[in-house]
Design a protein around this ligand. Structure first.
Ligand code: IPE
Ligand code: IPE
Ligand code: MG
Length: 239
């Protein structure tokens, strides 16, 4: 048994996923795009549980970008409806699942009801260990601007000196403050781009791009991505 166990090296502490391909999944089936998002939400539930069973400490998922407002009102309201449903469930099952929720992004653009649910989920789960970071109305550039504004406000209030600014200090003003950078970023759907995700935090992340659409993504696909990650030689600029 000990041998079997050691076959799988420990997973990365922090995995981030760009949950992409819902629309194409629906189109292939002649379904509305919202049906693809519903299937994507199922996929998220399954993969989040699997990550927890593997012992992944942080899972960060890209659910809605600052650019996704360009989509039709119908698609956006469909996504928001699914989010509300997911959060209702998560709030009801909070004590059972014991997952710590964090939301990365400018939540002020969401409905007051959704904002309240996000804040409620964060405060009620603050004591739990395994953490899911939900990126909602999130953009990497927006996050950096938000962090700089936060720092400048503290300088204006006399809590900081302008000359104190460093990489470490700025990190503390990001939505991800206190969370280690992701070792592994997975993008399903066949696209090979970052699409404004975790621009600061991905400085030395390993990227794994996969051809599967997010609603079809299975725990076996996650295993494959982790295996690929373990084959990489991470040098961090060293020789
Ligand atoms: C990702 O799937 C979900 C969101 C961006 C909200 P898409 O909706 O981008 O799916 P494709 O890329 O059109 O297939
Ligand atoms: C990135 O996917 C955003 C999310 C998955 C939430 P997009 O589908 O919005 O990215 P592009 O438009 O293909 O770059
Ligand atoms: Mg897409």
């Amino acid at each position: 048994m000990a041998l079997l166990k050691s076959e799988k090296p420990a997973p990365p502490r922090h995995i981030a996923i760009i949950m992409d391909g819902n629309g194409r999944w629906a189109k292939k089936r002649g379904l509305p795009r919202t049906a693809g998002h519903a299937a994507g939400a199922e996929s998220f539930r399954k993969i989040a549980n699997y990550c927890r069973s593997l012992g992944v400490e942080y899972l960060t998922v890209y659910a809605f970008s600052t650019e996704n407002w360009k989509r039709s009102a119908e698609e956006i309201s469909g996504i928001m409806r699914l989010l509300r449903r997911y959060l209702e469930e998560a709030l009801a099952d909070m004590e059972k699942n014991r997952v710590r929720f964090k939301f990365f992004g400018d939540l002020s653009k969401l409905s007051p009801e959704l904002q309240a649910m996000c804040r409620n989920a964060e405060s009620r789960s603050a004591e739990y260990d395994v953490q899911v970071n939900f990126c909602l109305n999130y953009g990497g550039r927006d996050e950096i601007v938000h962090a700089v504004k936060g720092f400048m406000a503290d300088v204006a209030a006399g809590k900081r000196e302008a000359g104190e600014l460093s990489e470490q200090v700025l990190s503390g003003y990001l939505y991800s403050a206190g969370v280690p950078d992701p070792e592994l970023i997975i993008r399903p759907s066949g696209e090979q781009r970052i699409s404004n995700f975790l621009l600061w935090q991905s400085a030395y992340s390993e990227f794994v791009f996969m051809d599967v659409l997010w609603p079809d993504f299975t725990p076996e696909d996650l295993d494959k991505a982790i295996e690929e990650y373990h084959r990489r030689n991470r040098r961090f600029g060293g020789a």
